[in-house]
Design a protein around this ligand. Structure first.
Ligand SMILES: Nc1ncnc2c1ncn2[C@@H]1O[C@H](COP(=O)(O)OP(=O)(O)OP(=O)(O)O)[C@@H](O)[C@H]1O
Length: 251
């Protein structure tokens, strides 16, 4: 290869790496486990900003969709395109927060430092972040002694410390008291306002109404409805979403 070609291909590679990862285009996604089809031709387009709430009955595939979008699970068929990237290429530019935070048995601050070191990032922002999530005074305490709400705030701080472009949250407030729920929502809203793309799974209608810019409703292995929040909550278009919002069993 000539020097000029080597420079061009290196430039192309750098440009590809730094190319935006939004919008998201999902096409005909299928996920099967043996004979069981969980996702059955799911397609979805998400724009560059805002908070998308993913809703749907138990077992409709919400958690698995997040894992597929984050590159942690491979689809049986179909395409996930984050800008020009395949999902598995850009996992490090995203963060995933689970319902039950998985923390190291070390101090609060060590939990953040560990991730920053693994990602090759400096520690400049970590004290600001701990302060932002209300845990600066617990920085040196063992993470295992945190309450459920505090542990989830640490998980959020850890996720945000990596400067993610997209943050996935899988029922992060499912077992928390109302004050802790609002504290988590405030942190997530701040992140969205700073440009982090939020994709959030919840069964909590109040939370969905408070936070959603748009709602993706899963049913039957597909996106049964994707609507702006002001349209979805008063008048969902699909019958399954209407039943779900009215507390009727959706199968
Ligand atoms: N590894 C697996 N092997 C077989 N089936 C699986 C596997 N993982 C998940 N499933 C099934 O896929 C379906 C969708 O699971 P998923 O966890 O995505 O649902 P969900 O919509 O997040 O549900 P919930 O609201 O209850 O959290 C479920 O029926 C689940 O049992």
């Amino acid at each position: 290869m000539s020097d000029a070609m080597a420079v061009t291909s290196a430039t192309d590679a750098t440009e590809a790496q730094s190319a935006p990862i939004l919008p998201l285009a999902v096409r005909d996604l299928v996920l099967r486990f043996g004979d069981v089809t969980v996702l059955d031709g799911l397609s979805l387009d998400l724009g560059a900003s805002g908070c998308t709430m993913v809703m749907g009955p138990n077992g409709s595939g919400k958690s698995l969709l997040l894992k597929l979008l984050h590159g942690l699970t491979q689809p049986t068929a179909g395409q996930i395109l984050w800008g020009r990237h395949a999902a598995a290429e850009i996992t490090a530019r995203q963060a995933l927060v689970f319902q039950k935070p998985v923390l190291l048995r070390r101090s609060v601050v060590d939990n953040i430092d560990f991730v920053l070191k693994a990602r090759g990032k400096d520690r400049a922002q970590r004290d600001v972040l701990l302060d932002h999530v209300g845990l600066a005074h617990k920085a040196d305490q063992p993470a295992r002694l945190l309450s459920g709400g505090e542990a989830q705030r640490l998980a959020l701080a850890r996720a945000l410390s990596t400067d993610p472009e997209v943050m996935f949250l899988d029922e992060p407030t499912a077992s928390l008291d109302p004050a802790s729920v609002l504290a988590i929502e405030r942190i997530v809203n701040d992140a969205r306002d700073r440009g982090v793309r939020i994709i959030f799974v919840t069964h909590d209608m109040g939370q969905a109404r408070r936070m959603a810019d748009d709602v993706v409703f899963l049913h039957g292995g597909r996106v049964a409805e994707h609507s702006p929040a002001p349209d979805f909550f008063p008048e969902p278009r699909c019958a399954a979403a209407r039943d779900y919002l009215n507390g009727r069993i959706v199968v």
